[in-house]
Each structure stands twice: as structure tokens, then as C-alpha cells.
Design a protein around this ligand. Structure first.
Ligand SMILES: NC(=O)C1=CN([C@@H]2O[C@H](COP(=O)(O)OP(=O)(O)OC[C@H]3O[C@@H](n4cnc5c(N)ncnc54)[C@H](OP(=O)(O)O)[C@@H]3O)[C@@H](O)[C@H]2O)C=CC1
Ligand SMILES: O=CCS(=O)(=O)O
Length: 253
């Protein structure tokens, strides 16, 4: 039987690139995301290569997540790697100017959505045991503060600590857990964060060398295929052209 990967947020960016990377290695794919037409297009691209099952799924809906997992067809039930990748940032302005609904959407997606999918797939992953892997996509924003990160960064700090705490509870099951924390990577992330501002997205990525979705997909694949006795607890990946900045200080006028 081929290995099977369950990917949330497969319709774009890291998730879509991961679908291609795991397919290239012969893994069966469970591809999820809200945009069905994109899932169908991806299935069309990859089904000549490997078995592909698609489910239009909003990770915030715990009943839908449970139903999707319970209804996995034969050949897709033995999920060996879970890529908890679906997520988003919204509202890049300062906290005091943000619409509270944007905060709720980030928490509902990046925190509640991620735990929904984890909860639904834990019995399967534990059953698979040795070599089973959960890759939780965190962010440098979960470790390092910056203006405009507010709830987004806090949600990714949750992802980090949840990953570490899962490790404790899963000790002895063979299931690995990694907080994969990328820095700046060119995907649709900034388009979403800015509410569809293509110029802002282009400006952020132009004149530097950001990570690509394929770079992160490669790390996802690497983490998932390490010898089973190795667990990367956290993998923080930045482009060479990104680093930290100085502390900000509020001076008198
Ligand atoms: N790009 C970057 O610089 C970085 C991104 N990240 C994280 O990486 C992950 C992937 O982002 P990236 O590929 O960059 O961004 P994209 O916007 O390109 O992709 C985000 C994916 O998440 C899915 N998604 C969003 N909300 C939901 C939802 N409610 N239910 C199901 N799927 C959802 C989207 O699918 P759909 O809309 O079809 O539902 C889409 O497939 C995110 O968790 C992000 O926070 C971390 C560090 C850096
Ligand atoms: O998570 C995304 C990377 S950043 O925008 O916070 O640097």
C-alpha cells in the first residue's frame, strides 16, 4: 500500500506545492480546501500520477472535518502524514485599528481549524504508529513579534506550543510532531492578508528573494520521510535575505 498524506489548504501556496512534492514520491493524496474548483483542477493534474481524493472542507467546521475523515475511501484511510497547513493572516494594520471579526477568523482557522483536523486524524495516525507525522505549519510570527502581527502571531505561537504538548502526549506511539515555522514566502498569503491588494503583495516580494512554496513543500516532505526515530520539534526557515530587526523605541518628538 502507498503512503498517504492528508493536506489542508491544498488549493494554494505551500499546500498545493506539497501535493506536487508528495505525488512525485508516489504518495496517495487527500487534498482539502474550501475552493472545490481548485481541488478539481489539482486532482486533474495529479491523478495520472497517484491516487487522489479531494474534499471541499472548511477546517473551522468540526462536524464537516469529522465527516470528511470518517468518509475517507478505501486506499486513503491509512494517513501517514498530516500537513496542518490551512491558515491565514488578516488585517495587517495595528491591533487598535482591527475589525474584531478578523481576529476571530484567524483564531477560528489557525487555532480551532488546526485542532479540529488533528483531533479527527489522531486515532488514524496512532494506529499507523512508527513513522506517522504531523507537520503543523506555524510561522516565524509565532516566535518573533512585529507590528501588525497581533492575533496572527499569537495564533502561530499556539501552533508551536500545541505541537510541543502533542509530542508529550504522543510519546510512545511513534507519531512525530513538528512545528514548521517559515519566514517570508511568496504565495497568496499577502494577497489574503491585505484583502486582495495585489500591488501590496507584489511590493513585499519584489526586490528580494523570498522563500518559494516549493521550498517549504520540500521541508514538509523531508520532515515526513526522516528515519522514524528522528523528530524535528521545530524547524524555522527563513530566506537568507531575511533577518531580525532592532528593538523599536518610542522617542519624544
Ligand atoms: N507565505 C508565508 O509567508 C507564510 C505562510 N505561513 C503559513 O503557511 C500556511 C499556508 O499559507 P500559504 O500557502 O502561504 O498561503 P495561501 O493563501 O497561498 O494558502 C492558504 C491555504 O489555506 C487554505 N485555507 C484558508 N482558510 C481555510 C479554511 N477556513 N478552511 C480550509 N482551508 C483554508 C486556503 O484554501 P481555501 O481558500 O481554498 O480554503 C489555501 O489553500 C498558513 O498556515 C500560513 O499562515 C507561515 C509562514 C510564512
Ligand atoms: O507567517 C508569515 C510570515 S510573516 O509575514 O509573519 O513574516
Amino acid at each position: 500500500m502507498t503512503d498517504c498524506v492528508f493536506i489542508t489548504g491544498a488549493t494554494s501556496g505551500f499546500g498545493r506545492a506539497a501535493a506536487h512534492r508528495f505525488a512525485a514520491a508516489g504518495w496517495s493524496l487527500v487534498l482539502t480546501g474550501r475552493r472545490l474548483e481548485r481541488l478539481e483542477a489539482l486532482k486533474e493534474e495529479l491523478q495520472g500520477q497517484v491516487p487522489v481524493h479531494i474534499v471541499a472542507l472548511d477546517v473551522r467546521d468540526s462536524d464537516a472535518v469529522d465527516t470528511a475523515v470518517a468518509a475517507l475511501p478505501e486506499g486513503f484511510t491509512r494517513v501517514r502524514t498530516l500537513l496542518n497547513n490551512a491558515g491565514l493572516a488578516l488585517a495587517p494594520q495595528p491591533a487598535q485599528k482591527v475589525d474584531r471579526r478578523d481576529w476571530h477568523t484567524m483564531i477560528d482557522t489557525n487555532v480551532t481549524g488546526l485542532v479540529n483536523v488533528t483531533h479527527a486524524l489522531l486515532p488514524t495516525l496512532i494506529d499507523v504508529g512508527e513513522g506517522a507525522t504531523i507537520v503543523n505549519v506555524g510561522s516565524i510570527a509565532g516566535q518573533w513579534p512585529y507590528p501588525g502581527s497581533h492575533v496572527y502571531g499569537a495564533s502561530k505561537a499556539f501552533v508551536k506550543q500545541f505541537s510541543y504538548n502533542l509530542r508529550c502526549d504522543l510519546l510512545g506511539t511513534g507519531v512525530r510532531v513538528t512545528d514548521l515555522a517559515p519566514g517570508i514566502a511568496e504565495t497568496e498569503f499577502t494577497l489574503v492578508r491585505t484583502g486582495g491588494d495585489q500591488a501590496a503583495s507584489d511590493a513585499l516580494y519584489s526586490g528580494t528573494t523570498a522563500l518559494t512554496a516549493e521550498d517549504i513543500a520540500e521541508q514538509m516532505f523531508y520532515i515526513s520521510t526522516l528515519p522514524p526515530h528522528i523528530n524535528f520539534n521545530r524547524l524555522e526557515v527563513m530566506p537568507t535575505r531575511q533577518a531580525w530587526s532592532a528593538f523599536a523605541i518610542d522617542y519624544d518628538e
